[in-house]
Design a protein around this ligand. Sequence first.
Ligand code: OSB
Ligand code: MG
Length: 374
Amino acid sequence: MNWPAIAVERVELREVRLTLVHPFETSFGRIESRQAILVTAAGDGLEGFGECTAQPAPIYSYESNSTAWHVLEEFLVPALLGRTIRSPEEIGARLAFVRGHPMAKSAIEAAIHDLAARRLAVSLSALLGGTRTQVPVGISLGIEPTIEALVAQVERAVLRGYARVKLKIKPGWDVEPLRVVREAFPDLRLTADANAAYSLSDAEHLARLDAFGLEMIEQPLDHEDLFDHAALAEKIRTPLCLDESITGPETARHALRLGACRIINIKMGRVGGLVRARAVHDVAESAGAPVWCGGMLETGIGRCHNLALASLPNFRLPADLSESRRYFAEDIIHPPVTLSDPGMIGVPSGPGLGHAVLMDRVEKATLRTAGIGP
Ligand code: OSB
Ligand code: MG
C-alpha cells in the first residue's frame, strides 16, 4: 500500500497509569500497573496514537518512562515536527541521529503509522501489508506465590481458550512449577520465559526442562550474550527463543547464524519501531525461523499496533497478546480486545488502530502531559 505524504503538525505526550487486574511478577521484579507514555501525532485534521513500551524503571531494558519522555520531547519530536513524511523509512532516517532509545523512537513512529493509515482510511494491518484476519494468541503468566495459585491461573487461561501458555521462570521457580503444570495439562502448548535470569553454568539444570515438552525457552541468559546462548543451545534439546537480545535485523541475523536461537520474539518497542520489526521478521523468514509477537502489558493502543504487526505472514507462533480484560478492568479503547475464536484475536479492520480511543478514560489515567508544536 502506498504511504501518503503526512504532515506532523503537533505532538502530545501523556504518561498514564492503569492498574493491572492481577500483579505480574517476572525474574526482574513485580509489576502492579501499566504506566506508559502515550504519543499523539496530529496533522491534516487527524490524530494518530502510539504507545511507548518503556516502564517506570530501566529494568527490562535501559529505557525508562523518564528517559523516553526526555528523548521524545527534546530530540525525536522536534526532528519530525513540521516535516512532511513521505515514507515509513523516512521516520527512522530522521531519528537515526539519536543513538539507541528504541522504545522512544517506536512510540512516535507508531503514532505516525496510525495517522498515515487513518489518512488513507485503511487499517494499520492493511498499511503494513498484513495477510491474516486473525492471529493465534497465548497468555504470559507471571510467577505466583504458590504452585497451586499458578495452576489455578493456567486452568483459567485454558478454559478461556488461549492457544499457548507461557510461564515466567527464575532460579528456584522453574522445574517444580513446570513439572506440576505439565502433569495437570499434558497436551497444553507450553513455553517458559526466564528474562535473562540464568548463566551458562546453569546449562545442566536447564536441560532438566527438556522433560516437559516446552515449545521453547525464551531468553534464558544475559541480553548481551549471543555466544553463550549458542553454547547453551548445544546442551539442551528445547529450542531457544530470544527476546531481550534481539535489538533489530542485525542482531537477528547474528543470532540465527550463530545458532543462539531458532525462534524470535518481536516487540516493536524493543527493536525501534514497525519498520525495524518488519526487517527482523524478514531476516527470520529468509532463515526459515518462525517469529511471534511479544507483549509489554500494553494498553489497548499498543495492543492494536501489535495485532497489526502480528498479521504479517511469518508470525507463525501464538503471540503474547491477550484480551483487554486479562490486563485491565477498563481498557482505554472501545471496543476492548477480546478473543474472536478460541485462541484467536481478530485483526482490527477499521481505519488506523480500528478501535476508538476513549479520551475520558485516558484523562482519568493521566499523570502528566506535554504538548510540542504550535
Ligand atoms: O519478557 O515477554 C516479556 C511483560 C513485561 C516485560 C517483559 C515481558 C512481558 C511479558 C508480558 O511476558 C506479555 C504480555 O504483554 O502479555
Ligand atoms: Mg520475554
